[in-house]
Design a protein around this ligand. Structure first.
Ligand code: FAQ
Length: 314
């Protein structure tokens, strides 16, 4: 068989598996482009989990009670674990973790834009749990059905933990809106600041999203950016009403015809500026990560030497 025929045969087998919802596993043949898309998306997802620890870590030492401190600490540790599951899933595609981190530090790999906004007060921890974890869960529930086995299995584990996170955030918001007038105002202010960055988490509109068509054809992504964003709006409006808070969007209104909420235009200029590295905290987030990575070098080297010695002994 010629090389071209051989390739066509493998591609047809691959496509048949995708069609039949059979998961693709690390040792299976896959087109280079499928592999590249997975490397890109899973590693960015992992970076988001890890960088996402920083805005919350900022409030660990100032949590208002020992109970809230313990819960927040556990949540942040969960995010570290999610990052590790995801880096491991991405490594099954043949790229080493050091390489992912190098791409992050060089600004070649992205992470979710939302983590480039500051957490100004304790209520922001509530807003992150409620809105940011809420948006992340919607996306990740859908990704549980992704076509790549290791990514899908990581998503199943992550979703179980993520639903606690959303409730942790909602509880903080609930306590604030049932507190003093000043606390209620802080809750509204926090929603005002986190609403639009949370909406941006789903990525550009479908007609401006360069990767969606290809990744949806391959069932890497199962639902489009706009579909998931609409679901987020529909779910969150009711939760905001329950809390007595107002979503900061004058164009938000129920649409009887399509059974969804209409919403206003996202500031796409702001989105692309933040993605390019010009958000309020981009530089600080990356600097912190580089510093922590450098400070941890001796641990990685010691572990490497230890495992090398153990292997030689056996
Ligand atoms: N921020 O063609 P598309 C969490 C980039 S986890 C920055 O539509 P795609 C847990 C995109 O990469 C949150 N960049 O891209 C937690 C692409 O650039 P590239 C993270 C963005 O991949 C909670 C370009 O724009 N979740 O929060 C963003 O088809 C609390 C064009 O976009 C995931 O990563 C953005 N928001 O769709 C942790 C889920 N949006 O790569 C701590 C997995 C787009 O070509 C505390 N990822 N870009 O250079 C996905 O589902 C997808 O990658 C999307 C983007 C939906 C994010």
């Amino acid at each position: 068989m010629t090389d071209k025929k051989e390739y066509q045969k493998k591609l047809a087998e691959f496509n048949a598996k995708i069609e039949a919802e059979v998961k693709i596993e690390p040792k299976d043949w896959m087109p280079d482009d499928y592999r590249d898309q997975l490397v890109r998306q899973i590693s960015q997802h992992a970076h988001s989990e890890i960088i996402g620890m920083q805005p919350e870590g900022n409030w660990l030492t100032r949590a208002p009670s020992i109970r809230s401190k313990m819960i927040l600490l556990a949540k942040i540790q969960d995010e570290a674990g999610h990052g590790l599951y995801l880096y491991s899933a991405a490594e099954t595609l043949g790229v080493r973790r050091e390489q992912f981190l190098q791409w992050l530090h060089e600004g070649k790999a992205k992470y979710s834009s939302v983590f480039n906004y500051p957490t100004l007060n304790w209520v922001d921890i509530g807003a992150i749990g409620w809105l940011v974890d809420g948006a992340a869960i919607l996306n990740q529930v859908s990704l549980q059905r992704t076509s790549y086995g290791p990514y899908s299995r990581a998503m199943v584990r992550i979703c179980k933990e993520e639903s606690f996170h959303q409730r942790q955030g909602f509880e903080i918001m609930y306590n604030m809106v049932n507190g003093t007038k000043a606390q209620q105002e802080m809750a509204q202010d926090s929603l005002n600041r986190w609403w639009w960055p949370s909406m941006m988490m789903f990525g550009p509109k479908d007609n401006e999203s360069p990767n969606t068509k290809r990744t949806m054809d391959w069932k890497i992504k199962r639902e489009s950016n706009d579909t998931l964003r609409q679901r987020f709006v529909d779910w969150t409006v009711e939760q905001a009403e329950f809390l007595g808070l107002k979503i900061p969007d004058p164009d938000l209104k129920w649409n009887d015809k399509n059974g969804h909420y209409d919403f206003g235009e996202i500031d796409w200029n702001e989105f692309y500026e933040v993605v390019k590295g010009n958000g309020p905290c981009n530089k600080e987030r990356l600097q912190n990560h580089r510093k922590a990575h450098e400070e941890g070098r001796w641990v990685r080297e010691a572990l490497f030497e230890y495992s090398k010695n153990e292997t030689e002994k056996n």
